[in-house]
Design a protein around this ligand. Structure first.
Ligand code: ZN
Length: 695
C-alpha cells in the first residue's frame, strides 16, 4: 500500500471533506481538498453509515415508513458527499494518487455495501411495510419510494436463504473477475496491434488522420513513421476515407477479430462462463432466464416487449440497407471496378455517395458552431421551454481553471441549481462526455438545490481562436445538457428518487429529446454564426446539413439492432445453446437475414457493453427504446406547430424533467403524451419510412 493510503494522519477537524463547507451555496472547496483527505473521509463515512443502518435494523419500535424508509433516505449523507467529489475527480481530473485511491475505494465500497444490501433483518422491515403498503396512508411518491426500495433489496438477494446468498456472492465475485478479464483481453488485443502506413497507404486519408497516426507512432518509439491503431474512431475514419482497398480490408479484419484470435486474449471461453453464471443467478432469483430477470426492473419489462420493438425497426431498416447496398454496388461498377461490395467497402462508398448526393462535409459547418454560442443556444432553449435563466458566476470553487459555473434561477428569480460546465479535453480527464452531480435535489429536510455537471472532451481553439464544434460535438453538448436539465429541474422529496434515478431504458429520454432542438432551423439560424464574420449559417448549407443526417441510416440501424437482438438471444436462450460462441453468432445472424455486407456493431468477443460488466446485459436495446420515446415526444411539439409550445412544455416539465424516479416511467410518459409511444416517429426521423429509392 502506498504512503498516501497509509497516511491517515490528517486530523478530522482539518479534513475539508469532514467539515461543513463555508462556500457560496455550500459547494465543495476544491482548492482545499487533497488526495490524502479521501481515505480518512471515506472511513468516517462508512462508519457513520453502518451505524445508521444498524440503528434502523435494530430499532425496537414497530417498523413504519418514517423509522425505516425515510430513515434509510436520511442515511449515508457523508458517504454521498465524499463520493460525489471523489468520483468527479476520478473521471474529470485524476492523477496517479487519485487512481490508486480509486482501486482501494472500490474494494472497500463493495465490502461496505454487500452486507447492507443482504441484511435480512433490514429487508424484513422493508418487506413488512411493502406487504402492507395499501394501508399505510402514503403519498404517491412514498408508495413509489417503498416499491423501489423493496425492489432494490429483493433484487440484490436480501430475501434469499443463507445458502443461496452464499452462492450468489460467489457468482457475483466470479462475474466481476470475468468482466474485468474480458475488458483486459479486449484492451490487450487492441494495444497489441498496430499497422505501419506506407506512403501509398496515405491516399484518401485526411491530414488530421495522418497527424494522429504520426503521433501514435511517436508514442510507440517509431518517430517519423505513421501507424494505425484499433480504436473505433480511428478505424471508422480509415474505413471511410482510405482509397487503398487492401488497407481497409486488413484494418477491418483486425478490428472485428479483437478478442477472437485464439491467443491469450481470447474472450470466447469467458463469454461461455459469464452466460452460464448469469443463467444460474437468474434461476436462484426465481426467473426462467437472465433477460427475464434483468428486464423485470426496466420500462420494457419483458424480453417479448424488447424483441417486438427491435423487430419492428429491423424490417424497414433492412430493406433500406439492401437498397443502399445496390446503390453502392452500382457506384463501384461506375468507377470501372467489378468486385462485390464487402463489409470493409461500405463506409468508403457510402461516404462518396453522401458527398456526391448531399454535397455536404462536416468541415463546412464547423466554423459556424462556436462552443460558446452553442452553450448559449442550449440555455436559450431551456429558458423558452422551462423559464429558467443562467448567469455565470466566478466565485464558485472548481476542480480545474477551465471549468465554468452558472447559477440557474426559475421564472420567479429563485435559486434553482448551479450548473458546472467542463468542456475541454485534457490528459487528466477520461474520454467521452457525461453528466453527473455533486449534490442531488431533494426536500426531505428543507429544499436542497442540486449541483449539476456536464463534462465533455471538445478541442480547445488554437492560438486564442474560439473552440469550434463538429456537428456530433454540438449534438453531444445538447445531449449532456438534456441530462443536466433532468438533474436541475428535479422536484422530488426523496434523494433516491432525484433527477436521473430512473430506469436505464428511460434515462436517455430527456437527453436524446433535447438533441432535437439543436438541429432545428429556428435554433441554428439564431446561434450558428461564423466565428470570424458573424454571418449566420447559409440556408443552403443548413438544408444540406439536415438532409445529410438521414443518410446511411439503414446501415447504422442494422448495425445497432443486430447487436441488440444478439444480446437478447444470448440472455434468453439456455446458456448451453451458446457454448460455441461463433456458431451461435453465425446462426443468429442467418436467422434474422443479416446482410452479408454489414457486420454487427459489436461482435460478441468485443461486446464490452454486455460482457465487461452487467450494466447493459440484456439491455443494449435501451438506447433505441429511449429513441422511440424521444422521437415520439418531440412529435408533440411538432403537432402543436411550435417547438416551444408553452402547454406542451409545461407537461414536459411536470411529467418528465422534474419528476425523477417518483412516478412509474410508463405512467409519466402517458401523462405527457396522452398515449403510449409509437415507433413510427423514430422510423421517420431515421428516414426509414420513405420508400427505398430504386437502385
Ligand atoms: Zn446519455
Amino acid at each position: 500500500m502506498s504512503e498516501i493510503l497509509q497516511a491517515a494522519t490528517v486530523a478530522p477537524e482539518e479534513n475539508p471533506l469532514l467539515k461543513a463547507w463555508q462556500t457560496p451555496h455550500q459547494t465543495p472547496p476544491f482548492a482545499e481538498i487533497l488526495p490524502e483527505h479521501f481515505i480518512p473521509a471515506f472511513e468516517q463515512a462508512f462508519v457513520d453509515h453502518a451505524a445508521e443502518i444498524t440503528a434502523i435494523s435494530h430499532d425496537p419500535a414497530v417498523p413504519d415508513f418514517a423509522n425505516t424508509i425515510t430513515a434509510l433516505e436520511r442515511s449515508g449523507r457523508l458517504l454521498a458527499k465524499v463520493s460525489a467529489v471523489f468520483y468527479d475527480l476520478v473521471s474529470a481530473h485524476s492523477n496517479p494518487a487519485i487512481l490508486e485511491i480509486d482501486k482501494e475505494v472500490s474494494l472497500r465500497m463493495a465490502r461496505h455495501w454487500n452486507p447492507i444490501m443482504m441484511n435480512a433483518v433490514l429487508f424484513g422491515r422493508i418487506a413488512l411495510l411493502h406487504d402492507n403498503r395499501a394501508s399505510l396512508d402514503l403519498t404517491t411518491e412514498q408508495v413509489r419510494l417503498l416499491e423501489r426500495t423493496h425492489t432494490r433489496f429483493r433484487r440484490a438477494g436480501a430475501g434469499l436463504s443463507e445458502d443461496a446468498k452464499k452462492r450468489m456472492a460467489e457468482i457475483n465475485e466470479r462475474l466481476a473477475h470475468l468482466g474485468t478479464t474480458f475488458s483486459h483481453h479486449l484492451l490487450g488485443d487492441e494495444q497489441g496491434w498496430s499497422l505501419e502506413l506506407s506512403e501509398d497507404d496515405h491516399a484518401g486519408l485526411p491530414d488530421t488522420f495522418i497527424a494522429a497516426a504520426k503521433a501514435a507512432a511517436e508514442e510507440r518509439g517509431m518517430a517519423g513513421k505513421a501507424v494505425v491503431t484499433l480504436s473505433r474512431s480511428t478505424v471508422e475514419q480509415l474505413l471511410k476515407s482510405a482509397d487503398k482497398r487492401e488497407l481497409r480490408e486488413k484494418v477491418f479484419k483486425a478490428f472485428t477479430a479483437r478478442g477472437d484470435n485464439g491467443n491469450d486474449n481470447d474472450n470466447n471461453a469467458i463469454i461461455v462462463e459469464i452466460l452460464a453464471l448469469r443463467e444460474e443467478s437468474a434461476k436462484i432469483m426465481g426467473f426462467p432466464t437472465y433477460a427475464a430477470y434483468r428486464l423485470e426492473d426496466s420500462m420494457a419489462k419483458t424480453p417479448e416487449a424488447v424483441r417486438g420493438l427491435l423487430e419492428r425497426v429491423w424490417k424497414p431498416a433492412r430493406e433500406r440497407a439492401l437498397a443502399d447496398r445496390d446503390e453502392l454496388q452500382a457506384l463501384i461498377a461506375e468507377e470501372g471496378d467489378n468486385f462485390a461490395l464487402a463489409p470493409w467497402d461500405w463506409r468508403y462508398y457510402a461516404e462518396k455517395l453522401r458527398q456526391a448526393k448531399a454535397n455536404f462535409d462536416d468541415a463546412a459547418i464547423k466554423p459556424y458552431l462556436v462552443l460558446d454560442h452553442m452553450i448559449e443556444a442550449a440555455f436559450d432553449c431551456a429558458r423558452r421551454l422551462f423559464g429558467i435563466t443562467f448567469t455565470e458566476r466566478s466565485d464558485i470553487p472548481v476542480w480545474h481553471p477551465d471549468v465554468r459555473v452558472w447559477e440557474v434561477k426559475d421564472a420567479a428569480g429563485q435559486h434553482k441549481a448551479l450548473f458546472y460546465g467542463d468542456y475541454f479535453a485534457r490528459t487528466s480527464k477520461r474520454s467521452g462526455a457525461w453528466m453527473t452531480s455533486l449534490r442531488d435535489q431533494q426536500k426531505l429536510d428543507g429544499e436542497v438545490a442540486p449541483l449539476i455537471l456536464n463534462v465533455c472532451n471538445f478541442a480547445k481553439g488554437a492560438d486564442g481562436q474560439p473552440s469550434l464544434l463538429s456537428p456530433d460535438d454540438a449534438r453531444t453538448l445538447f445531449h449532456e445538457f438534456g441530462h443536466g436539465l433532468h438533474g436541475m429541474l428535479s422536484n422530488v422529496t426523496y434523494p433516491s428518487l432525484s433527477g436521473t434515478s430512473v430506469f436505464t431504458d428511460f434515462v436517455e429520454l430527456p437527453s436524446q429529446l433535447y438533441e432535437h432542438w439543436q438541429e432545428r432551423p429556428e435554433v441554428l439560424q439564431k446561434f450558428a454564426r461564423h466565428y470570424q464574420t458573424g454571418e449566420p449559417l447559409p440556408e443552403d448549407l443548413l438544408q444540406r446539413f439536415l438532409a445529410a443526417r438521414k443518410f446511411n441510416q439503414g446501415f447504422a440501424t442494422i448495425e445497432f439492432v443486430s447487436s441488440a437482438l444478439l444480446d437478447l438471444e444470448f440472455h434468453t436462450q439456455p446458456a448451453e445453446a451458446s457454448r460455441d460462441v461463433r456458431a451461435f453468432e453465425r446462426a443468429e445472424m442467418e436467422k434474422i437475414g443479416m446482410p452479408q455486407e454489414i457486420v454487427l456493431r459489436h461482435r460478441p468477443q468485443q461486446f464490452a457493453h454486455i460482457f465487461s460488466g452487467d450494466h447493459y446485459a440484456a439491455g443494449y436495446y435501451s438506447y433505441m427504446w429511449s429513441e422511440v420515446m424521444d422521437a415520439d415526444a418531440f412529435g408533440a411539439f411538432e403537432e402543436a406547430g411550435d417547438i416551444f409550445d408553452p402547454t406542451v412544455a409545461k407537461r414536459l416539465h411536470d411529467d418528465i424533467y422534474s419528476s425523477g424516479g417518483s412516478v412509474d416511467p410508463e405512467a409519466a410518459y402517458i401523462a405527457f403524451r396522452g398515449r403510449e409511444p409509437e415507433p413510427d416517429a423514430l422510423l421517420h426521423r431515421r428516414g426509414l419510412l420513405e420508400t427505398p429509392k430504386a437502385a
